[in-house]
Write a protein that binds this ligand. Structure first.
Ligand SMILES: Nc1ncnc2c1ncn2[C@@H]1O[C@H](COP(=O)(O)OP(=O)(O)OP(=O)(O)O)[C@@H](O)[C@H]1O
Length: 594
């Protein structure tokens, strides 16, 4: 119906409605069903929204018919010429323009404009030979079967690593998932590289081989003559991606890891990143790629996988770390943990007493994995309407957790609620049972503690105070978001598949000047200890930073989000955004919870 023709689309549409109306008038009782259908169709076509859609469609088709000519096809070259001329002008405006034109973002914009204007969308490829992206098997001047593979790619690396044996023959060691070699489907682990872009590799020194491969693999088109490895000529290696996602618990830089098989083919990550582990065939060296993180949308992600240390290898490295006797062994620490920061407390390295290892790390693979945080398997946890995950706020004293929570609850007190604590103290005249506190007997509280039903408790002025699991359940069952502000030690009691908490670490900016400025402006006061409430001093700020660092290193593997509380309004805005995401978006959580 919506094609160009003699009559306009509106007219065609009106005619269709008219015809349907006529049909309804002339329909007989025997065709009742078709009458209902026509009535229904008419109601649809007469709907205001359909007419709006039609107008949009008309506008768009008119727009696409107009010819939009680019103003300039060589804007980048032009800007370079302008810059070189302006460079010698000592006028402020000319210098300012020069600076603007030299900015990388601006240059990239001009290049993008030229690419679109000239419609140069794909790399300039050599004329495609019959061999392109195909394998031909033939016998050359030697007896082995040879496959000739041409890989055509963009500027990306080939996405394969090689190994050179003592006889000087070069073989494919790894094919990286998502890379050009992998996408071609023609290059297999074990294939021997006989020739690359016409250069025979046999007989060359390893250094020459590497420099030739590096140079040739930079081009858009690479031709290989390969002697198929043990997997055979056409028999592809089973290379289905694994589905495992993990949360990382340490920072890693491949180029600082001297045992990395190929640092250039590695990926770096930070503690808390989510990685898609695509291949675990080599237990020591996995292949993984970064998963996009919706909390930090500005991070760069590549679909090409890179090599990272496997869980077993990394656990062995961290476990070996316990063997350190003193700071004098720190040189060994650097050898043991290339590329990584330790997941253990820094103070640990300085202590003289070292925990005795109760097992041999080489012989016993079952050592305590809980205390060695490397990777944890995660899966997407889909939100369930009316059943929200509790938000757990962790942070050093004075960082602003209560302030942020107060703002959140004030915004929507029906949705965000704190559990009502239990206490053994006397009820004061102005207090209400079940509103301010649950007033309970000491024996009952002790019994419940023994059962493990208090997620957090303590004694203040000889009275018991605690948060009972039922008080949390009550809020969740009501369809509200439970807000918790516990000590970090409590996390292990809360971190379970029943509660599925979302843990927010509220962190101070690690900058004394910023803390002075933001807290000073609001006349902020410490609340601990209650007896000594005063304006923050530099010593308080330093203590806050040190404690935050300690908490992050010890409990960082529980954190779902790190919220830096610098400017209060900004921090609250971010908190609100995160709280909404937790309510409506599927987010990564321990796989065992799902
Ligand atoms: N971003 C901020 N800028 C300025 N002042 C802040 C900011 N965040 C919090 N404050 C102020 O800092 C003080 C301490 O905040 P708050 O009581 O919320 O800390 P807390 O993390 O709950 O610590 P505690 O557990 O010891 O009570 C308060 O006076 C609060 O108004």
């Amino acid at each position: 119906m919506f094609v160009d023709g003699d009559e306009s689309q509106e007219l065609a549409f009106e005619r269709l409605i008219q015809t349907l109306k006529e049909q309804t008038q002339h329909s007989t009782s025997s065709s009742r069903e078709s009458f209902i259908d026509v009535e229904y169709l008419l109601s649809l076509l007469e709907d205001r929204r359909i007419h709006s859609l039609l107008s949009i469609y008309r506008e768009l088709s008119e727009f696409s018919r107009e010819i939009h000519k680019p103003l300039e096809c060589n804007s980048y070259q032009l800007s370079e010429e302008i810059s070189s001329q302006l460079m010698v002008e000592w006028i402020n405006e000319a210098q300012a323009l020069c600076q603007l034109l030299s900015k990388p973002h601006f240059k990239a914009l001009l290049i993008a404009n030229d690419v679109i204007a000239q419609q140069r969308y794909s790399p300039s490829l050599p004329p495609e030979s019959e061999e392109s992206y195909s394998v031909s098997l033939s016998t050359c001047d030697f007896e082995d079967t040879v496959k000739i593979v041409q890989v055509i790619k963009n500027k990306e690396p080939l996405g394969a690593t090689v190994c050179i044996d003592i006889n000087g023959s070069v073989s494919i060691a790894r094919v990286l998932f998502g890379g050009a070699a992998h996408r071609s489907g023609l290059i297999q682990v074990g294939d021997q590289i006989y020739e690359v872009n016409g250069i025979v590799l046999r007989g060359l020194s390893p250094l020459d081989i590497i420099s030739i491969l590096e140079k040739e693999c930079r081009s858009y088109s690479i031709s290989f003559k390969l002697i198929p490895g043990e997997y055979g000529g056409y028999n592809k290696v089973e290379n289905k991606e694994s589905n495992v996602r993990v949360r990382t618990h340490f920072d890693y830089l491949p180029w600082k890891d001297e045992y990395h098989p190929c640092p250039k083919a590695g990926i770096s990550f930070k503690k808390g990143d989510i990685l898609h582990v695509v291949n675990q065939e080599d237990a020591n060296w996995w292949q993984a790629r970064q998963e996009p993180n919706m909390f930090y949308a500005d991070l760069y992600y590549s679909s090409r996988a890179g090599i990272i240390p496997g869980k077993q290898l990394q656990e062995r490295r961290f476990a070996a770390l316990r063997d350190l006797k003193s700071l004098r062994d720190s040189r060994r620490y650097i050898e043991l943990l290339p590329g990584c920061k330790s997941p253990f407390k820094r103070s640990f390295l300085g202590t003289r007493k070292v925990k005795k290892i109760m097992y041999s790390i080489k012989e016993n693979d079952e050592f305590d994995r809980d205390t060695i945080a490397t990777y944890d398997e995660v899966a997407k946890l889909y939100p369930r309407e009316g059943c929200y995950r509790p938000l757990v706020f962790i942070g050093p004293s004075g960082v602003g957790r209560n302030e942020l929570i107060r703002h959140l609850i004030a915004l929507d007190p029906d949705l965000y609620q704190r559990p009502i604590p239990h206490t053994t103290r006397e009820c004061k005249p102005y207090e209400l049972e079940g509103k301010d506190y649950h007033f309970v007997e000491k024996q009952w509280a002790e019994y419940e503690v023994k059962l493990g039903n208090f997620v957090e408790y303590g004694v203040y002025k000889s009275n018991f105070y605690g948060t009972h699991i039922d008080a949390i359940r009550e809020i969740i069952d009501k369809g509200c978001v439970c807000i918790l502000n516990p000590n970090p030690q409590t996390l292990k009691n809360l971190y379970n598949p029943e509660l599925k908490p979302f843990v927010i670490f509220v962190k101070p900016p690690f900058d004394l000047e910023l803390l002075r400025k933001t807290r000073g402006r609001r006349n902020a006061r410490t609340t601990h200890p209650e007896s000594d409430c005063h304006n923050f001093t530099d010593a308080d700020f330093k203590q806050m930073i040190i404690t935050a660092d300690k908490i992050e290193r010890t409990y960082g593997h529980y954190f779902d989000y790190i919220l830096v509380n610098c400017e209060l309004e900004e921090a609250f805005e971010k908190l609100l955004y995160i709280a909404k995401l937790v309510e409506i978006e599927p987010l990564w959580a321990p796989a065992s919870w799902i």
